[in-house]
Design a protein around this ligand. Structure first.
Ligand code: NAD
Length: 516
């Protein structure tokens, strides 16, 4: 089943005739679920059913956790160099199959092939980072903390960990999770998004081919019920979640009540502040790329721009560039933005745009009635620009997660920073300016986890961490980077004393030991 998945699902024409069932991965085998209910995985450009995703049964879920638990003792004792070598091989295999992975992402998620390659590549970089795990998880040592006594700390894996993924980066986000976890010596249960599980299955095939022992990575499928089962299971020690706030906060509290560690990356409303001294051309390109790329379905998409000193001088140029973007299926050449993930997502975007208009926003560009020839049933929304937006509007308060850029005005940099800091989310924020003084003020005062200075999507590479702030993150150890390694390990501190057998003796001292 496993080896055929990559070959058939990656070919939309084959899957159309006979949608394949997405397998579970349990104890090193891809197995067909005995589920009684299935969800259609739908190509958002065509509405074709790509595959059928099972609601993994409770029995199968328990088998996956038990396989991970069984695999843990020998995997944690496998030399770190061997674990790193599996990642070294995995990165090579991801490169080999980059095109197939990207095609799966485009087929199930909708983004353009080039963007899908970026999705895979940004995940690949985490795998590359995991190749240096021996250095990353090194402990600390202080010699002679008291006479003849040394203290040192070592980082040990937690046991079985789990990951719950969103739809928008079907390759990158699973790769934020299991490569770091397993290279630290943990075993894993991954729950891909029910909307686009294909890339996770392919990545797991590659991990097995790279030599990951059976049971170290397992995959289960479903929605709320399986997520709750993950939160409640006593054998799962830590959960990585990426997705919306409703799900993320539910998982955070339910899993914490069971004593688990949770890192939860959630929703966003990322602002760009544009100062009048910014480079006009570069700024317009950045706004259009980060506002409409991936049809706005990135947690780091720039969804609001605040023009300091007024938006009027910018509006016509912004409309001109947004209008020039090509909306089409992600597999078509020269497409700038593909469809949004579902009919429901499209309807929600339409509703939020209309709510903006109804509450007084000015529609500079309306992408709601777009029809893409050859893909008439696709969930397309064209680039949309709403101006005169204010902080009380629903379209501003809600994360739209579509190709909609809101335009606001501020009188000064202080006013603009104030608007951003009042927003409940704090994933990312960028400033466009040629003033170092303004940029430094922004960097210091802005309440956002990822800050861009003339950079529209400041997502850090894996040697740093993905550092959302406010409602965009719950937990204290972020994804990847040093924090990611800390998340997937716990510290053991050892205090040792080796005395010459002739020394010692005398009366026992019952007072608290001190180093005096
Ligand atoms: P989602 O919350 O609907 O789904 C994410 C996962 O949670 C899925 O696996 C889903 O099955 C599960 N789930 C959904 N609702 C649940 C519930 N009520 N109870 C239990 N489980 C539930 O998110 P999505 O639509 O797939 O992804 C888009 C969201 O993810 C956006 O809000 C976006 O900003 C966010 N996101 C954030 C980051 C980040 O790093 N901050 C990255 C990517 C996406």
């Amino acid at each position: 089943l496993g080896s055929s998945y990559m070959s058939t699902v990656a070919q939309p024409s084959a899957s159309k005739r006979n949608p394949q069932r997405v397998p579970n991965l349990i104890g090193g085998s891809f197995v067909d679920s005995k589920a009684s209910s299935f969800i259609d995985v739908i190509n958002p450009a065509t509405q074709e059913v790509v595959s059928k995703l099972p609601l993994t049964t409770n029995e199968e879920f328990k088998a996956a956790v038990s396989a991970a638990k069984k695999a843990f003792p020998s995997w944690r004792n496998t030399p770190i160099t061997t674990r790193q070598r599996v990642m070294l091989k995995l990165q090579e295999l991801i490169r080999r199959d980059m095109d197939k992975l990207a095609l799966s992402v485009t087929t199930e998620q909708g983004k353009t092939l080039k963007d899908a390659q970026g999705d895979v590549f940004r995940g690949l970089e985490v795998v590359e980072h995991a190749c240096g795990m021996a250095t990353l998880q090194m402990g600390e040592y202080v010699s002679n903390v008291a006479h003849g006594i040394d203290t040192y700390s070592i980082r040990e894996p937690l046991g079985v960990c789990a990951g719950i993924c969103p739809f928008n980066f079907p390759a990158m986000i699973p790769l934020w999770m299991f490569p770091i976890a397993v290279t630290c010596g943990n075993t894993y249960v991954l729950k891909p998004s029910e909307k686009d599980p294909g890339a996770s299955i392919m990545l797991a095939e590659l991990a097995l081919e790279a030599g990951l022992p059976e049971g170290v990575l397992n995959i289960v499928h479903g929605t709320h019920d399986i997520v709750n089962a993950i939160c409640d299971d006593d054998d799962i020690k830590a959960i990585s979640f990426v997705g919306s706030n409703v799900a993320g906060m539910h998982i955070y509290s339910r899993a914490a009540a069971k004593g688990k560690r949770v890192q939860s990356n959630m929703g966003a409303k990322n602002h760009a502040i544009v100062l009048p001294d910014s480079n006009v051309d570069a700024t317009l390109n950045a706004l259009v790329a980060a506002g409409f790329g991936a049809a706005g379905q990135r947690c780091m998409a720039l969804s609001t721009v605040i023009f300091v000193g007024g938006s009027k001088p910018w509006e016509a140029k912004l409309v001109e560039r947004a209008k020039a973007l090509k909306v089409n299926a992600g597999t078509e050449p020269d497409t700038d933005l593909g469809p949004v993930i579902s009919k429901q997502a499209k309807e929600r975007i339409h509703r939020l745009v209309q709510s903006g208009v109804d509450s007084g926003a000015r529609l500079l560009l309306d992408g709601r009635n777009i029809v893409v020839p050859g893909y008439e049933s696709g969930n397309f929304v064209g680039p949309t620009l709403l101006s005169d937006v204010n902080a009380n509007m629903e379209c501003y308060q809600e994360e739209i997660f579509g190709p909609v850029l809101l335009v606001m005005e501020a009188e000064s940099l202080d006013d603009a920073i104030n608007i951003v800091n009042q927003n409940k989310y704090g994933n990312g924020a960028s400033i466009f300016t040629t003033s170092g003084v303004a940029a430094r003020k922004f960097q210091t005062e802005i309440e956002a986890g990822q800050v861009g200075i003339n950079v529209p999507i400041p997502v850090p590479l894996p040697f740093f961490s993905f550092t959302g702030n406010k409602a965009s993150f719950a937990g204290d150890l972020n994804f990847y980077g040093k924090a990611g390694v800390n998340f997937y390990t716990q510290i053991k501190t050892i205090t040792q004393q080796w005395k010459d057998s002739a020394a010692g003796g005398g009366k026992a001292n019952l007072a608290m030991p001190t180093s005096q």
